[in-house]
Design a protein around this ligand. Structure first.
Ligand code: CA
Length: 650
């Protein structure tokens, strides 16, 4: 067998590229009433047998048939039978070795994804699926990061026992705390909170949880096995390959019906194991290798996909389009996007726009890698430093904003503006304008920025506050202030589920394989921290009425005027008009006071009313007039609006 390096050199020859780049989009299995076609790309195979099984994991093959060699390294087998529900895998002979592999292009599989399954997708659609439509695009994207199992595992959540931790839990529209009929949990709670997008942590088939194992097994799931199949441990039956497909569709349909768009977390930068279906069908084609022959590990997960190679790039593009089309997914969050080729990200953007209309599908990712990667040729990673090369419709998680508000995620003791740092006033102003026109980031418009202060990685916001603020009496103030800063910055908004109810992981900063009891959303915390939840709710509803902050055009930064800083404090006014559309407040005035004492600020000319302050983010519901001199409470945010149409009795 050739070494990794020899394989790579072979694949890099122009002859290989010309002869073996397959341009079709039909790899995998196509199964309809008219028949079933199997196609697999394996240019170096000497022969391939297709094996059929009755069961998804048990027993020997019932039958094996030889595949025929077709164009560009593709092997095919056709039958007039509709093989819906038949399990299969391949036996590949190559350079004196014989290997079994599942189908890298599989759309259905048996338990733990070891065997693929032929599926007639039309038979997996829930009732009404053809009419399923995402809700209208909202004024602002408020993205809520959620793990399927974490969402409904807590017994207090009031979900039916058999749906706890499952896709099905999202179909429950009226759950309440312990079923008390008073305190909403689950989707009913999310509706009241006002978020617009549910971002699902990995829901493709991943490898770190045994789908036939103990129900309490838990993992975040950043370890892909079958990219185009839903994860089985969230389904009510893993032994019938079509069930996970139908139930995931039902979940998306239910989320759409309840007013949420759905974003999928995708992890194309690495695979669970180097011994993957990719590797077994085309050795080393899909992976990066250093000059010295060692395996590239920029993901810190043992391997990096060579997504700059044409067939790997094509695979990823087809996979994204498949989820968008077959599962009605509304957006994609790319894990370690810095490991993905800039050109590929832009191609995905263009393809989604072409098919669904400009900007209809969200696309963003983490613009970093865990460490350096052996990216090939002239390709460039979609890193922060290459932001200028990315299309405007490819967004990035903005760690500059996150760190400026609450401090570094790596250095536990490091604080940000909200938890007492000094000298960050200018940075906070940059956060407000989504880093447009700054030296730090070459941002095309706020559409490119994901403004956030917590995600599944690192400490929860509440845990970070506990670690950095010694005085317990200040925790709630600091959290409210951090949230109010975040929600008054331009850019798309994002939060980890439970940030708004002081979610804690007891100080654990990396809970990827910690027990579900630590990871699950504790629904009683919503009611224990109702003051904080109400504060977030008010901020979200207010944000939806502020075009000055929701503006995603390249001139959005110009709306922010009259900026000033003072040690520990920042202020500015923001033009809040929206073309000819009538807006309640023509101008906003925002003050962030991170200081330990009251701050007196003289407002510009005009009639100002208080929209949100330290006590309430819902003042805008019954606004009070502000006097010319306002006193901003210590560690708080004050938001004012100029209402030119109200005649007030003073
Ligand atoms: Ca799995």
């Amino acid at each position: 067998m050739k070494t990794a390096k020899e394989w790579k050199e072979f694949y890099s020859t122009p002859e290989f590229r010309t002869q073996y780049t397959y341009e079709g989009h039909d790899l995998g299995v196509s199964c309809t009433q008219e028949g079933t076609v199997f196609r697999i790309w394996s240019p170096c195979a000497e022969s391939i047998d297709l094996n059929f099984y009755k069961d998804g994991s048990l027993g020997d093959a019932e039958k094996s048939v030889p595949m025929g060699k077709a164009e560009a390294g593709v092997w095919t087998y056709r039958t007039t039978e509709e093989l819906h529900g038949t399990y299969y895998d391949y036996t590949i002979r190559m350079e004196g070795t014989v290997r079994r592999t599942a189908d890298p292009y599989a759309r259905a599989c048996g338990p733990n994804g070891a065997r693929s399954m032929a599926v007639n997708l039309a038979r997996t659609n829930p009732e009404g699926w053809e009419q399923d439509k995402a809700p209208e695009r909202p004024m602002e994207n408020i993205i809520y990061e959620l793990h399927v199992k974490e969402f409904s595992w807590d017994v207090n959540g009031g979900f039916p026992e058999e749906y706890r931790g499952k896709y099905k839990a999202f179909l429950c529209e009226n759950t309440t705390l312990n079923g008390d009929g008073i305190h909403p949990t689950g989707c009913a709670y999310l509706k009241e909170l006002g978020i617009t997008h549910v971002q699902l942590m990995p829901v493709y088939d991943y490898g770190s949880v045994d789908e036939t194992g103990h129900p309490e097994e838990f993992n975040w799931g950043y370890d892909p096995v079958n990219y185009n199949v839903p994860e089985g441990s969230y389904a009510t039956d893993v032994h019938r390959g079509e069930v996970r497909i139908r139930e995931m569709k039902e979940m998306i349909q239910a989320l759409h019906r309840q007013g949420f768009r759905v974003i999928m977390d995708v992890v194309y930068n690495h695979t669970y194991s180097l011994d993957s279906w990719f590797q077994r069908t085309v050795p080393w084609y899909y992976y990066r290798v250093h000059e010295d022959g060692t395996v590239s590990d920029g993901s810190a997960c043992g391997n990096d996909t060579a997504n700059e190679r044409p067939m790997c790039a094509g695979y990823i593009l087809d996979s994204v389009l498949y989820w968008a089309e077959e599962y009605h997914i509304d957006g994609f969050r790319f894990d370690l996007m810095g490991l993905l080729d800039v050109e590929l990200m832009n191609r995905i953007r263009t393809a989604l726009d072409h098919r669904y209309g400009g900007g209809e599908k969200l696309l963003f990712g983490e613009p970093w890698a865990a460490s350096e990667s052996a990216i090939e040729g002239a390709a460039k990673g979609a890193l922060k430093e290459n932001l200028s090369l990315l299309e405007e419709g490819v967004g990035i998680f903005c760690d500059n904003t996150r760190n400026a508000i609450k401090g570094s995620v790596f250095d536990v003791d490091k604080v940000g503006f909200a938890n007492g740092a000094s000298g960050l006033e200018e940075d906070i102003l940059k956060c407000m304008r989504a880093w447009q026109k700054t030296e730090e980031l070459d941002v095309k418009s706020p559409a490119q920025i994901i403004t956030y202060i917590s995600a599944h990685d690192n400490h929860t916001l509440w845990d970070k506050i506990i670690d950095t603020v010694p005085d317990e009496r200040k925790w709630m103030k600091v959290n409210k202030m951090a949230a109010a800063i975040c929600m008054t910055c331009q850019g798309n908004l994002f939060l980890l589920s439970g940030e708004e109810f002081a979610r804690t992981k007891n100080g654990l900063d990396n809970s990827y394989n910690a027990p579900i009891s630590l990871n699950c959303l504790e629904w009683k915390r919503v009611w224990e921290n109702q003051e904080l939840v109400e504060y977030y709710k008010g901020l979200i509803t207010l944000r939806m009425q502020l075009p000055g902050l929701c503006d995603k055009t390249k001139d959005a930064w110009k709306r922010i005027e009259d900026t000033w800083t003072y040690p520990g404090a920042v202020g500015c006014s923001i033009q809040n008009t929206d073309g000819d559309r009538k807006v309640r407040w023509s101008m906003l005035y925002i003050i962030y006071n991170g200081r330990e004492n009251f701050l007196k600020v003289s407002l510009p000319e005009g009639d100002w009313e208080i929209l949100a302050d330290a006590k309430s983010s819902q003042k805008w519901r019954h606004p009070q007039e502000a006097s010319h001199n306002v006193y901003v409470e210590p560690i708080s945010v004050l938001v004012l609006g100029k209402n030119e149409e109200v005649d007030r009795v003073v």
